[in-house]
Design a protein around this ligand. Structure first.
Ligand code: GYE
Length: 318
């Protein structure tokens, strides 16, 4: 019997050797990833990058897309708990409402990694760490560009097209921006509306605002998708984006960089969705029972009309 088992094992080893393929080291690691939706080019790029990184890292990825609904995301997390995955990673659509399901994950002994957005929970130990952008700094960068662009101007009227209400990027981009422009008492955010990070809503919001007021100096939009929609509305109203209205946007999708080069956008604050490799590295550590940093920020930059050689930028990949 024993001889037979050894022969079988030898045969398996021989066959796997013959295939010439090296099995990835952590092929047994299973990560459940609950994506929040597909609202923007940024998000689609993020999902693709996570799939690519998992494959390259030999991680078995179970990816569920919540189509912009928190209840779907909670359902996905519960299904990962019942499947007993090794690590749960998710990009929370809003900050509140996660205490119960994350308590269940903790009771099941499954470590949780927050990606891209943060949460408010009573017990901070319900998640191991966060990986993503520094949204407060992105808002500050948007404000710093405006200080340079509008230097010396007493009165500046700003429209803000904000992201999803209750989400980390919407809250922190708004706070960071206000922190910087507070230095200028005559500069006011005259309208702030949520376009839910969607191109269609960005267009709708801007066109409603332009029906009411035309003397807008600046639009600060929390993502490129809404910016592209809002620019359509601005052009339909007979105004020149980038000239009549200074346009500041966040993300750095290829479409926004193209409009920056055409002079229709003045400043693009980068927010990278390409965090798949970091997610896989941190997940492997968590699965091995190792500690991870509470916060891992991706590195980012600002692109603006003051940059030279924008045409030599490599393709953005999202
Ligand atoms: O800016 C936006 C996306 O959470 C950082 O979500 C992300 C934001 C990003 O829909 O385009």
């Amino acid at each position: 019997m024993k001889r037979m088992a050894l022969c079988m094992l030898a045969l398996v080893l021989l066959l796997s050797g013959c295939s010439g393929r090296q099995e990835p080291e952590s092929s047994s690691l299973i990560v459940g990833f609950a994506q929040l939706g597909s609202e923007s080019g940024w998000r689609v790029g993020n999902t693709e990058d996570i799939r690519r990184a998992a494959e390259e890292a030999g991680v078995q990825l179970i990816l569920k897309n919540a189509d912009q609904k928190q209840e779907n995301q909670i359902k996905a997390l519960r299904s990962f708990i019942s499947l007993q995955v090794d690590v749960i990673a998710f990009s929370p659509i809003v900050e509140d409402g996660w205490d119960n399901v994350l308590t269940e994950a903790k009771q099941a002994g499954i470590p949780v990694l927050l990606t891209d957005r943060k949460i408010n929970v009573e017990d901070e130990n319900l998640f191991a760490g966060f990986v993503g952008s520094d949204f407060l700094e992105e808002g500050r960068d948007a404000g710093r560009f405006l200080l340079q662009k509008m230097a010396g101007k007493q009165d500046v009227r700003i429209v803000e097209i904000a992201g999803t209400i209750g989400s980390t990027p919407a809250g922190e981009r708004a706070d960071g921006f206000r922190e910087i422009i507070a230095e200028q008492p005559g500069w006011q955010v005259v309208h702030s509306v949520s376009g839910d990070f969607l191109r269609s809503k960005g267009k709708e919001c801007m066109s409603n605002i332009l029906d009411e007021v035309q003397d807008i100096d600046v639009m600060f939009s929390h993502n490129d998708a809404m910016t592209l929609g809002a620019i359509e509305a601005i052009e339909q109203a007979g105004l020149n984006p980038g000239k009549d209205i200074v346009i500041i946007t966040v993300d750095g999708e290829q479409g926004a960089i193209d409009l920056l080069m055409q002079g229709k956008i003045n400043c693009v604050v980068e927010c990278t969705p390409l965090i798949g490799d970091l997610i896989m590295q941190l997940s492997k550590k968590l699965a091995a029972g190792e500690a991870i940093p509470r916060i891992t920020h991706s590195s980012e930059r600002v692109f603006s009309e003051y940059d030279e050689n924008l045409e030599h930028l490599p393709a953005r990949g999202y």
